[in-house]
Design a protein around this ligand. Structure first.
Ligand SMILES: [Zn+2]
Length: 97
């Protein structure tokens, strides 16, 4: 189970790296890119031959803090126009039928 998860995480990271290389990035650009997948952390490291290797950096649990998304203000659900208050937003398209 754990082995399988590690494999797919590594596969995803390698796939991403290959896509980046195909789109013109160099191994040097991607050197030290970190990948987090569940509780797995990997880092792409360039070896002496200039080849990127996936190194497992798993050391205990992973905790990720994300900054909260900005909350949108009152908005008309019909046309998406922004308003200063909920009442105006509700009235916006209320009379159009
Ligand atoms: Zn509206």
């Amino acid at each position: 189970m754990i082995t399988r998860e590690k494999t797919s995480a590594q596969e995803l990271a390698e796939k991403w790296v290959n896509q980046q290389l195909e789109s013109g990035k160099t191994a040097e650009d991607l050197h030290k890119t970190m990948f987090v997948y569940g509780d797995s952390v990997m880092e792409a490291q360039m070896d002496e031959q200039g080849t990127l290797q996936m190194k497992n950096k798993n050391e205990g649990s992973i905790v990720i803090f994300r900054t909260p998304e900005p909350q949108p203000g009152p908005m008309c659900r019909c046309c998406g126009m922004d308003y200063d208050n909920e009442k105006e937003a509700l009235q916006c398209c209320a009379y159009i039928d």
